[in-house]
Design a protein around this ligand. Structure first.
Ligand code: NDP
Length: 299
């Protein structure tokens, strides 16, 4: 079994992205700028936002953080996005998901200028991804997974990839990328209404688990030599842990890993790649908007 080390690969990516930022700086006197918007005070969202801002700063990407109260109106949120859409020093806009109740996330996604849509949530970029047009952005978590597969030289061509989950953030775009002409897997998408899940999983060469259910995929559901990509991040109580909880994925790592040929751990697998791809997209946004050569494709 080979452990897919997302922390190690993301560190490589950060160094490559830092180099791209330096090149933009010396070659064109440009500095990529990333605006991060958080609405409300969800503690998990705050942690994510702060780590994105910190990483951007470390890479030389100018970050702009906007904190709106949970009472912010839809109009206030859209007005801020419209301002960011036209600012020359902002190349990427990210609105941390999920927004509080009462704020329409789809309207936010549609309002973000597609050339600044570093999360790839605007339907225009989702459409580009669907038709294989690589001039748009790719969504961070699924694209990060493709990079992991590539950097571990895992063959995907003709493999049966089963995706657990059909969210707009992970499951659906994952299906598009895995079935794209770059990756060439044969894809099955499963969700909460899927029947015979175990039978489908037992036929999978690759499983991408993104359902948010701790330790859901167990050893009896997978075949030998399966490739496991565990996207899930679940907190479960752990009296021995400092914080009183630990993070586990959607896959029972202890049970499944002896059967797997490759497996991502949680934490330290997919998570670090998501943030790396966000930084890559911020640099790509800067290149698109300033009409300079795009950074090397990672997938
Ligand atoms: P959502 O809650 O949006 O979607 C969950 C999906 O899982 C739904 O499609 C749902 O089906 C499906 N599902 C739920 N229960 C079952 C079941 N018993 N059998 C089969 N399918 C099921 O979650 P997200 O996609 O946003 O996130 C999934 C997990 O990934 C979470 O743990 C999240 O924290 C993590 N995550 C990690 C990221 C990272 O960077 N590592 C980034 C994003 C998410 P239905 O549509 O029928 O309801």
């Amino acid at each position: 079994m080979t452990l897919i080390d997302g922390k190690k690969i993301s560190t490589q990516l950060f160094s490559e992205i830092h180099q791209e930022v330096e090149n933009l700086n010396t070659g064109g006197n440009l500095q990529p700028g990333l605006a991060v918007v958080i609405i409300g005070d969800d503690p998990a969202s705050r942690i994510y936002v702060n780590s994105k801002v910190k990483r951007a700063n470390e890479l030389g990407i100018h970050s702009f953080k906007y904190e709106l109260p949970k009472t912010a109106s839809q109009d206030e949120v859209l007005k801020l996005i419209q301002e960011l859409n036209v600012r020359a020093d902002v190349n990427g806009i990210l609105v941390q998901s999920p927004p509080p109740p009462g704020i329409d996330e789809q309207l936010i996604n549609q309002t973000i200028n597609p050339i600044k849509d570093v999360d790839c949530f605007n339907p225009y970029n989702v459409g580009k991804m669907a038709i294989g047009d690589e001039t748009g952005f790719l969504p961070c978590t699924p694209a990060g997974i493709i990079v992991l597969l590539k950097r571990y030289s895992i063959s995907t061509e003709g493999k049966h990839a089963v995706i657990l989950g059909r969210s707009n953030i992970v499951g659906k775009p994952m299906a598009l990328l895995l079935s794209s002409k770059r990756v060439n897997s044969t894809v099955t998408i499963c969700h909460s209404r899927t029947t015979n899940l175990r039978k489908i999983l037992l036929d999978a060469d690759i499983i991408v688990a993104a359902i948010g259910k701790p330790n859901f995929v167990t050893a009896d559901m997978v075949k030998n030599d399966v490739i496991i990509i565990d996207v899930g991040i679940n907190r479960i109580p752990d009296p021995d842990a400092k914080k009183g909880y630990k993070l586990v994925g959607d896959v029972d790592f202890a049970g499944v890993s002896p059967k797997a040929s490759f497996i991502t751990p949680v934490p330290g697998g997919v998570g670090p790649m998501t943030i790396a791809m966000l930084m890559y997209n911020a640099v790509k946004g800067c290149c698109i908007q300033n009409n300079v050569k795009l950074p090397k494709s990672l997938i």
